[in-house]
Design a protein around this ligand. Structure first.
Ligand code: ZN
Ligand code: ZN
Length: 451
């Protein structure tokens, strides 16, 4: 890269084209005209240079190796640090869909190959003086750079000290796969809360396998696994949990009393040689099984408490209190069981309400509620006593507990992404009808939220 604009502040142009002769000819044309240039040979290099070379304009070829030009453009426009850069898309005639997409993403200009050198220079000149649509005040931004004012740029960093939670499995009943489930994912229940040194894990559905692979790449540490109940979808991932096989990891598994069998025996049962080729004795981590008492479990600055839910067998919901914030995890709970009426009329049935008062009290005031709403009203007609909530009844729980943030999990294995989106819209509609229009979203495998 070289420049020839003399004493003036150089105007930088990044040329992204994988065809060497084209990239070079564009670069020479621009340097002749007095610009400083750099060349990127693929999409990945273009994104890197967009940050390090800090160009004013990018000439972007669409057909590029590693990352396609459209995706490069999308990423440039999504990044606060590069979105001000004027992008001139350079492509061959006839790629109408791609050209349309590029326009949607906010290109400054377009040049069709082959082109005359003076046309390109004219377009760069134009982009130089124009402001890209929707971007920040580019002129001011460039002025600041050119004069050296504001060189120490504002680049805030994420403060992770407040902890975060991650969903690893958001499906109920059985793991699923298929294109219609891509957006939400198909792994069964598992969530983590990261705060301080120890890790809190909630349930060991198939989602715990991915978590295990991530943990196995890190130094051994203490893990606290809280089990809501021992239905398959909440423990089936444990035999595939890599840290359990690694010496140095210490895993404490907590569960409620009230299962017909002992908690350890229930876990061990999954390793019966008739079901699984590896035995629990092969797990080299330190495993400890603990029955929960009435008092909350204290882990560093975090406190974990529990309440029984409405679900076949003894099933728990958990509340995790971090300093200044608390989260509730209740994947299986048929709240207001059997109630089919309008949610706003639930208070007219004090007996029903009082039955669920302990859970209402438990959840009142939580900052983030991670709770199911598995069935639509139509489905609920066929699924009462399955142990899962109807959307209207779960909405009323959100209203009466006053939660402001609700993440819906434990999606039915038969519900496609499109179906779940519609169910979410219904949930929002019902909450608005209850005069409680809170922030509710569908949980999905991989969701991370900082606290
Ligand atoms: Zn379940
Ligand atoms: Zn269950």
């Amino acid at each position: 890269m070289k420049g020839s604009r003399g004493e003036e502040q150089q105007f930088r142009v990044l040329v992204a084209d994988d065809v060497k002769v084209i990239a070079q000819s564009i670069s020479w044309t621009l340097e002749e005209a007095g610009y400083e240039t750099a060349v990127a040979r693929d999409g990945e290099e273009c994104l890197k240079l967009a940050r390090s070379f800090d160009p004013h304009v990018v000439i972007l070829d669409l057909m590029m190796p590693k990352i396609h030009g459209i995706e490069v453009l999308r990423r440039l426009k999504a990044d606060d640090w590069t979105r001000h850069i004027a992008v001139i898309v350079c492509t061959v005639k006839g790629f109408r869909t791609e050209i349309g997409r590029a326009k949607q993403l906010g290109v400054a200009d377009l040049i069709i190959k082959p082109f005359e050198p003076e046309d390109l220079v004219a377009k760069v000149e134009k982009a130089r003086s124009a402001r890209p649509a929707g971007a920040m005040d580019t002129a001011k931004f460039l002025l600041h750079r050119d004069t050296g004012v504001g060189k120490s740029s504002y680049r805030p960093e994420l403060d992770a000290a407040g902890g975060f939670f991650q969903l690893w499995g958001t499906r109920g009943s059985i793991p699923i796969s298929g294109p219609q489930f891509m957006r939400h994912g198909g792994n069964t229940s598992c969530m983590t809360i990261e705060y301080g040194e120890d890790l809190i894990i909630l349930d060991a559905g198939s989602g715990i396998r991915d978590l295990g692979l991530a943990l196995a790449a890190q130094a051994p540490r203490k893990l606290h696994l809280f089990i809501t109940h021992t239905h398959w979808d909440h423990i089936q991932g444990f035999p595939f949990f890599a840290p359990a096989f690694i010496p140095g990891f210490e895993i404490t598994i907590y569960g409620g009393r009230g299962f017909n069998k002992n908690l350890e025996a229930l876990f061990r049962g999954q390793f019966d040689p008739d079901y699984f080729p590896i035995q629990m004795e092969n797990m080299e981590a330190k495993l400890e099984f603990v029955y929960l008492g009435d008092d909350p479990v204290r882990i560093g600055d975090v406190e974990v408490s529990w309440e029984f839910t409405q679900h076949p067998g003894a099933t728990l919901g958990y509340k995790i209190a971090l300093p200044g914030k608390n989260i509730a995890y209740v994947p299986d709970n048929e709240i207001f069981q059997g109630y089919m009426g309008q949610p706003e009329l639930i208070p007219q049935d004090p007996e029903l309400l009082s039955l669920y008062q302990p859970m209402i009290d438990f959840l009142t005031g939580v900052d983030v509620l991670v709770h199911e709403a598995q069935y639509t009203p139509e489905e609920y007609g066929q699924t009462v006593h399955y142990g899962h909530s109807s959307v209207p009844n779960a909405c009323f729980l959100a209203k009466i507990t006053g939660v402001a943030r609700w993440i819906v999990i434990h999606h039915d294995p038969g519900h496609s992404d499109d179906f779940l989106r519609e169910k979410l819209n219904l949930t929002r509609q019902l909450l608005a009808g209850l005069d409680h229009p809170i922030h509710v979203t569908n949980g999905y495998d991989g969701l991370i939220e900082y606290l």
